[in-house]
Design a protein around this ligand. Structure first.
Ligand SMILES: Nc1ncnc2c1ncn2[C@@H]1O[C@H](COP(=O)(O)OP(=O)(O)OP(=O)(O)O)[C@@H](O)[C@H]1O
Ligand SMILES: [Mg+2]
Length: 233
């Protein structure tokens, strides 16, 4: 069964439609990678899934329930975790405070999720007192992922977790995602332009071009060179 079904969604900025009739399935327990060149509409699609942008048309189902009219915080409470593109941490708060503030604001979250999130990122556990603005790009990304896990989401949405991050840290992020998936069975929708990374992680792929889905399938069916052609500029 699909955990998330994005059914023919169209999304626009003003009158300009940048996502046209896009459909994506995330089977329960799977990792799905959404790929495509810069500007094809990947982030716009994710923002529509979490409710930051309205739909022009189409439907979104999560656990069988229509969610496209729900407010973003309702979708998050309902089991969707989102790590947006870029480093979205509070720079003046410490690493620990960045995590604690989420737990304090959301009383329904289990405080034990704090330790679980840190267990996945050993590097962060040594930086608890450091202001997040002084973390490296890779560490800030790990913190953003850890924060999204505090609500123990059923679906984790990650927008380009390797963007601008040095190769040694990419390995740590990959290990954390693999470990998280193996221990919790969380489903993951990942936007990624680093094709090797994406294909190592994901069982299913979707490729977008110019606002539309042009290819989708199981990653085992495709070869690396063809994906690279579809994704690189
Ligand atoms: N707030 C906005 N207002 C108007 N147009 C926008 C806005 N955000 C994005 N766009 C346009 O919508 C299109 C899709 O952008 P989007 O950010 O979804 O692409 P993307 O696939 O995530 O690209 P990248 O790989 O560079 O992150 C682009 O043409 C972009 O210029
Ligand atoms: Mg983007």
């Amino acid at each position: 069964m699909s955990l998330l079904t994005v059914d023919a969604i169209t999304v626009a900025y003003g009158r300009s439609k940048v996502v046209n009739d896009v459909s994506i399935e995330v089977p329960a327990g799977s990792i799905v990678c959404l790929m495509g060149r810069n500007g094809v509409g990947k982030t716009t699609t994710l923002n529509a899934i979490v409710g930051l942008l309205p739909l022009v048309s189409g439907a979104i189902r999560f656990n069988g329930e229509r969610i496209e009219r729900k407010a973003p915080h309702k979708r998050i409470e309902g089991g969707i975790g989102y790590v947006p593109q870029g480093h979205q941490v509070f720079p003046r708060l410490t690493t620990e405070e960045n995590l604690r503030v989420v737990l304090e604001r959301n009383r329904s979250m289990d405080p034990a999720a704090y330790d679980e999130a840190l267990d996945l990122f050993p590097a962060l556990a040594t930086m608890l007192g450091r202001p997040a603005g002084l973390l490296s790009g890779g560490q800030a990304k790990q913190l953003a992922i850890a924060r999204a896990l505090l609500g123990r989401p059923e679906l984790l949405i990650l927008d380009e977790p390797t963007e601008g991050i040095q190769p040694s840290i990419i390995g740590e992020i990959e290990d954390a995602i693999v470990g998280l998936h193996a221990t919790t069975g969380v489903s993951i929708l990942l936007v990624e332009q680093y094709v090797e990374f994406a294909l190592r992680l994901a069982e299913h792929y979707v490729v977008m071009e110019d606002g539309s889905v042009i290819d989708a399938g199981k990653t085992g069916d495709g070869d690396l060179e063809r994906f690279s052609d579809l994704v690189t500029v």
